[in-house]
Each structure stands twice: as structure tokens, then as C-alpha cells.
Design a protein around this ligand. Structure first.
Ligand code: SF4
Length: 367
């Protein structure tokens, strides 16, 4: 059992810029001294990112939900012949983007599922057509698990798939599919998709060929505080090697309509206390390594995302427009926020809102 004195010492160590180890990380992840964790994370955030809170004007596109993986935490996927199964044509995808261009989006975030019927050409055409029709929009697309799946399906290498996608217009890759980087847990949660080392390998390969990415962690299901810390430290280790992660995004699990819920393994989403603790500990453990910690308001809810700005967070994701994955599992939000709403939330927390590009360059500060 870690005493509160030890937690104070660990926080002091972090504030002095020292790197924390696994044992210290676990003691923080088990601590109920949320105010101390928040205060430490907030000080580190201020030092790293100042008072600016960024967001991007973007829209999401979930191009298909037909999936061979059938992850037990997922409420989004469908079998091919099930009601609600869909695949968007490239034209459908272009139309979705066109509908959002007037909102001034600078990024399209595209993720789908592991659909065995889609040829590689579908993905390349999608990227190339988006680039041709909307050259100013950054394409952030396809999680590391989608990339690993496509490499296997097409008997190709990760490097080749990523190289081809980059050539076709891919700008960066999202952080999804990491779930929890522990193969024992993945066996229970998502046995049919990329292992921990495969996910990390896709990210490392992407970074090495100049494709930056996000990183995530899905928490609040069957993992322990130790699993969370080990996950964060794996991200930290890779970041020290490549420097290619732009942000870390803890994703708060929503169990509704999932197999984990139906089997009674997870009844409720994490509470606000746990959400804030995970964000704060993420900031503390990744200090000096990943500058941006994001509150994904689609899963946290907008009000808790706003509160989290005092717990180490310096980024509020984006306008999103339409989101189907978290929504299918009972995500708090309708998946849409206007720029004005994000600005208001950030100002309401006493911070300075700024619209950014995908690469964290500031476009406009809202004083
Ligand atoms: S999380 Fe992704 S890979 Fe897993 S079932 Fe859902 S859509 Fe498929």
C-alpha cells in the first residue's frame, strides 16, 4: 500500500522533471488523491503547453462497419448481412467531406472496420480522390489495426501499405486500435485483431517513413491500474525512439450494446473521478515526452472534458461533426460540436482557445 507521503514525493519528482518508473506510475494510478494528481498534472501542462487549449476543425467519416474482428468491446461493427451493415462508396465519402467544407474543416478523420471485402484499391482511390478534390484538407486515416489487417490481407508489408497510402495522400494516422497494449487482455477483448507488438510496429514504421500519428488507450473495461500504466509506458518507450506521436488520448470505455456488457463483464462506463485520474496520470507519466494530452469529449461528455482542462489536458479534439463508433456504445455526445461551442467551453475554464492544424500549428487564437 502506497502512503500519501509517497504519492506526494512521486508528484514532486515529476514536477522536478524526473521520469517516473512503473511502480511509481501504478501508485499514482491507484491514488484517490485526485486534487494532488490534478494539481501536479496542471502544473506540468502549464509548463509544457501554457494556457492555450487547442482544437481542430474536422469531421469524422466511418466508411464501413462490416468487420471480421468482432471485438467484444465494440458496438459499432456488423456482420455483412446484418441489418445496419454498410459500406460507403468513395463518392459517399467525398460527399460527406464536401458537406463539411463550408464549415472550414482542415482535417478529415477516417476510420472504419476490418472489412474483408474491400480491396486495397478502394482505400487508395479514396485517399487520392480526397486529395484531388480537397487538396487543402489533411487526411488522417486508418488505424494501425486497419493497416496491419490490410498488409496481411494483401500479402504485403506494413511499410509498403503505408508507403502507398502516403503516396496517395495520407497525411497522418489516428491512434485507435491500441485498446490496451497487453496481449493477455487482447485475447479476451479482441482476439482477432493486431497484437500489441503489431500495433506498435505499425506506429514505428509509420513514424520512420515520416507519417506522424496519434496514440490512444481504451480504459474502464477489464484492465487494472497496472495494465494502464504498462500501456502508457509502452507508448512512452516508442515515443522516445521515434518522436512520432503528436498526442495521447485516453478513451473512456462505454459498454452499452457491447458483448462485454451482455456477458455482465462491464456494467458501467468509468466515473468522472476515474476519467480525471487517468488524464492526470497520463500527463504526469508522459511529461517531457508527449506534449499534448487530449480530452475526447465524445466519450467524456463536454462538461467533464471542460473540467479536465484542470487535470493536465491541453487539447479538446475537434468539431467531429458525425461520429458513429462511440455513439453506438452509448457515448455521451451526439458527436457534433461547433467551433463556437468549443471556444465557449475553453474560455469558461479560464483558458485560451486556439484552432490548430492536425500538426498542432496554431491557426487562430480566440482572445
Ligand atoms: S473495434 Fe474496430 S476492429 Fe474491433 S469490431 Fe469494432 S470496428 Fe471491428
Amino acid at each position: 500500500m502506497t502512503s500519501n507521503k509517497d504519492i506526494h514525493e512521486t508528484c514532486e519528482k515529476a514536477l522536478n522533471g524526473e521520469k517516473l518508473d512503473k511502480k511509481e506510475g501504478i501508485s499514482l494510478m491507484n491514488s484517490n488523491d485526485l486534487l494532488l494528481l490534478g494539481d501536479t498534472a496542471d502544473k506540468l501542462r502549464k509548463k509544457t503547453a501554457g494556457d492555450i487549449v487547442t482544437f481542430v476543425s474536422n469531421r469524422q467519416v466511418n466508411y464501413t462497419n462490416i468487420c471480421s474482428s468482432k471485438c467484444r468491446f465494440c458496438a459499432f461493427y456488423r456482420d455483412k448481412d446484418s441489418q445496419g451493415a454498410y459500406v460507403m462508396s468513395v463518392e459517399d465519402v467525398l460527399k460527406k467531406i464536401k458537406d463539411s467544407v463550408h464549415r472550414g474543416i482542415t482535417e478529415v478523420h477516417i476510420v472504419g472496420s476490418l472489412n474483408p471485402d474491400l480491396p486495397l484499391d478502394y482505400y487508395e482511390t479514396m485517399l487520392a480522390e480526397i486529395k484531388k478534390n480537397f487538396p487543402e484538407i489533411h487526411i488522417k486515416a486508418f488505424t494501425a489495426t486497419e493497416i496491419a489487417f490490410l498488409a496481411k490481407q494483401n500479402k504485403s508489408t506494413i511499410k509498403e501499405i503505408l508507403g502507398r497510402f502516403k503516396e496517395a495522400g495520407l497525411g497522418s494516422i489516428p491512434g485507435g486500435g491500441a485498446e490496451i497494449l497487453n496481449d493477455g487482455l487482447r485475447e479476451k477483448l479482441c482476439p482477432n485483431k493486431a497484437s500489441s507488438s503489431q500495433w506498435l510496429n505499425v506506429m514505428e514504421t509509420a513514424h520512420k517513413i515520416g507519417i506522424k500519428s496519434n496514440s490512444t488507450m481504451l480504459y474502464g473495461h477489464i484492465e487494472t491500474p497496472k495494465d494502464r500504466v504498462e500501456h502508457i509506458l509502452k507508448i512512452r518507450d516508442l515515443q522516445e525512439k521515434t518522436g512520432g506521436f503528436q498526442v495521447f488520448i485516453p478513451l473512456s470505455f462505454h459498454p452499452q450494446n457491447t458483448e462485454l456488457y451482455r456477458h455482465g463483464m462491464v456494467k458501467n462506463p468509468p466515473g468522472g473521478f476515474d476519467d480525471l485520474r487517468v488524464l492526470a496520470v497520463s500527463r504526469i507519466l508522459l511529461n517531457g515526452c508527449i506534449d499534448n494530452i487530449r480530452a475526447y469529449w465524445v466519450m467524456l461528455g463536454k462538461k467533464l472534458a471542460q473540467v479536465s482542462l484542470n487535470y493536465g489536458v491541453n487539447d479538446m479534439d475537434g468539431t467531429v461533426v458525425e461520429e458513429r463508433i462511440a455513439h453506438a456504445a452509448g457515448g455521451y455526445s451526439d458527436g457534433c460540436a461547433t467551433k463556437e461551442e468549443l471556444v465557449m467551453l475553453i474560455k469558461g475554464a479560464g483558458r485560451v482557445p486556439a484552432q490548430r492544424t492536425t500538426d498542432y500549428e496554431i491557426i487562430k487564437i480566440f482572445e
